[in-house]
Design a protein around this ligand. Structure first.
Ligand SMILES: [Zn+2]
Length: 347
């Protein structure tokens, strides 16, 4: 048998073993809220969230993330296990999601971006959405100074009209930013978003201020877009059903920064949460699902016992607990959600 055939056989055997092995799903949510524009599909309505929890309660085994990490270490993952997680730390996680989690008695982990706790400004991607995607007319040319270089966008050919933003959030099959057509407002948003994503926070805020002046818009914060307050993080953890995990301080694109910067972001977010919660914080999720092998070593060295990525896959015996995969849940009703979960488990 050739080496190639041997390798192929090995992959087939591994796939078969995985197919037959007990598996878990980790679900990734961000917000339980209703908004008129949601370019990244981050929001699930309270109604649909309740239907989704009902599906989990009836047909699956909901479990906490730390409990799954322990079962994984023990090589004893119960089949049909599902773990609920939330990224970023929006206030609706406490006010809307937690009461529903309690009603269905389903545990969850909320990964909090500590630098945004109690802050006046929205997350930068939300502020950018408000400035560029809400249905207002914008000047024809945008010129930004980014890290000392200037970059220009021409909007004169833009075909964005009133109501387009609603289509971003409500379509049956929503167009994702990376699928948007050149010339569309969503494409413009995504192109500026890509420029902002790798920047350090101070630079991001500086660019947002430039856009604010350019758009001639008031610097308002939408209250329903706000982050948790520090005291609300404690309320979230109260009762033990919701675990609080870390998600860095400023939500950086970790791989775009030095190891020292990454270490600072990871350790400071953990230390801050432990200080306010008065208990160890041992779960982490990588902002934007972005990291390097060095980041994984930093997470281990900082004392976390597991970390979540955004790779869409099931968790099984051979998964790396510092790179647990997750599936992003969208605003599906119970029936559609049940179909997706089934497919994720058995495809
Ligand atoms: Zn995030």
């Amino acid at each position: 048998m050739t080496i190639l055939e041997n390798g192929k056989l090995h992959r087939v055997v591994k796939r078969l073993r995985k197919l037959l092995a007990p598996k878990a799903l980790i679900l990734m949510y961000h917000r339980v809220a209703e908004v008129n524009s949601d370019p990244w599909s981050l929001c699930v309505t309270a109604h649909n969230f309740a239907e989704q929890l009902e599906v989990l309660q009836k047909y699956y085994q909901p479990m906490g993330l730390q409990q799954l990490a322990q079962a994984h270490r023990d090589e004893n993952i119960p089949h049909r296990t599902v773990v609920v997680t939330f990224d970023d730390g929006y206030a609706d996680n406490l006010h809307v999601a937690k009461p529903l989690l309690e009603q269905y008695n389903i545990p969850a982990t909320v990964f909090v971006t500590t630098g945004y706790l109690g802050r006046e400004r929205e997350f930068w991607w939300d502020e950018l959405e408000r400035l560029l995607l809400q249905p207002t007319s914008l000047p024809e040319k945008l010129c930004l100074s980014l890290n000392g270089n200037s970059q220009q966008w021409d909007l004169s050919e833009n075909d964005y009209e009133q109501g387009d933003c609603l289509r971003h959030g409500r379509a049956e099959r929503q167009i994702q930013p990376w699928e948007s057509k050149p010339g569309s407002r969503l494409f413009f948003y995504y192109s500026v978003w890509q420029q902002l994503q790798p920047l350090p926070e101070a630079e991001q805020l500086h660019v947002l201020d430039q856009i604010l002046t350019w758009a001639e818009t008031e610097p308002v914060t939408r209250s329903h877009y706000r982050s948790l307050l520090p005291e609300e993080v404690c309320l979230l953890a109260q009762g033990g059903l919701v675990e609080v995990g870390a998600h860095t301080v400023t939500h950086p694109l970790l791989s775009a920064h030095s190891v020292a910067f990454q270490q600072e972001e990871i350790q400071r977010s953990k230390a801050y949460l432990e200080e306010i919660l008065q208990r160890p914080v041992t779960s982490f999720s990588y902002p934007f699902g972005n990291y390097t092998a060095q980041t994984v070593s930093l997470i281990q060295a900082a004392g976390f016992s597991c970390a979540c990525s955004t790779v869409a896959d099931t968790v099984w015996r051979d998964s790396d607990c510092f790179q647990f995969p997750r599936f992003q849940v969208q605003n599906w009703n119970g029936e559609e959600f049940a179909k997706r979960i089934f497919r994720w488990f058995y495809d």
